[in-house]
Design a protein around this ligand. Structure first.
Ligand SMILES: [Zn+2]
Ligand SMILES: [Zn+2]
Length: 258
């Protein structure tokens, strides 16, 4: 792909965000803007295309902070609320553009239909409810978005299968605890890898820092950025100082160009 791609981190926090409501943890009280993390999402833009991966509860605030004239679609990693709860806030895009394409595993679509039945309703639609065009994502397939083919990558979030996505030289994975060798091959040669690193302590469904570092080394991207970060990982500035020179902590509103 020859076109310049821009990656904007819309949110880099774990499910409660940072600060956590009511918390007096030092990281939650930090004055460093990089320690304030909305729920994870990323905007991928090239030519005039804009796609977001996940649409969590902070979607509205993220779109106000990083305005785009048009949203071409949403790719979902999985159905957890921190990745999906903002879907009602696609309404401004829906009013201007019409039905918004979404891309997700069949299981995720089933979950969205149950929780946001009014968005998917065929009849007796509430006036003003947003509508979507459903595209099922299957392992082993590719997704044609604009002029590129996006490759879904399967990973495991404890026992739940989740999708990461490869856009050209950019790979985005979150909520991962395990990835099979066959899927790791799909990441080879990537320039930028984004993957979750929750905290130092182990967790049943997320990479901790050590696991994320091992994974970054295994994939071997030119640069790796960590996301889905808990306040328990520590202060951004202190953690980043200890990372290898091609590994970084992402932070909200960080932009990368490829
Ligand atoms: Zn999550
Ligand atoms: Zn999750």
């Amino acid at each position: 792909m020859d076109d310049m791609m821009t990656i904007t981190f819309l949110g880099t926090g774990t499910s409660q965000g940072i600060p956590i409501i009511g918390s007096d943890h030092p990281v939650c009280l930090s004055k460093d803007s990089r320690d304030k993390r909305l729920r994870v999402s990323v905007l991928v833009s090239w030519n005039n295309y804009n796609y977001v991966i996940d649409c969590g509860p902070d979607f509205r605030q993220q779109m106000l902070a990083n305005p785009i004239p048009r949203l071409d679609g949403i790719l979902f990693t999985h159905e957890h609320a921190d990745h999906t709860a903002g879907i009602d806030d696609i309404r401004p895009f829906f009013f201007r553009q019409g039905d918004i394409p979404i891309y997700a595993h069949q299981r995720v679509i089933k979950s969205l239909k149950k929780r946001f039945d009014y968005i998917f309703a065929d009849k007796d639609r509430y006036p003003g409810a947003p509508a979507v065009i459903v595209n099922e994502v299957e392992k082993g397939s590719t997704i044609g978005l604009g002029n590129i083919n996006v490759v879904p990558i399967e990973a495991f979030h404890n026992r739940l299968s989740v999708f990461g996505y490869r856009f050209g030289d950019f790979v985005y994975l979150t909520d991962v605890k395990r990835v099979e060798e066959e899927e790791i091959k799909k990441m080879k040669g990537a320039k930028i890898l984004v993957v979750n690193a929750l905290r130092s302590e182990p967790h049943h469904s997320h990479f901790n820092l050590k696991e994320a570092l091992d994974f970054a080394e295994k994939v071997g991207a030119e640069k790796t950025y960590f996301t889905h970060i808990s306040h328990l990982l520590g202060f951004h500035a202190e953690v980043e100082e200890k990372l290898p020179e091609n590994v970084f902590l992402a932070y909200d509103n960080l932009q990368l160009k490829i």
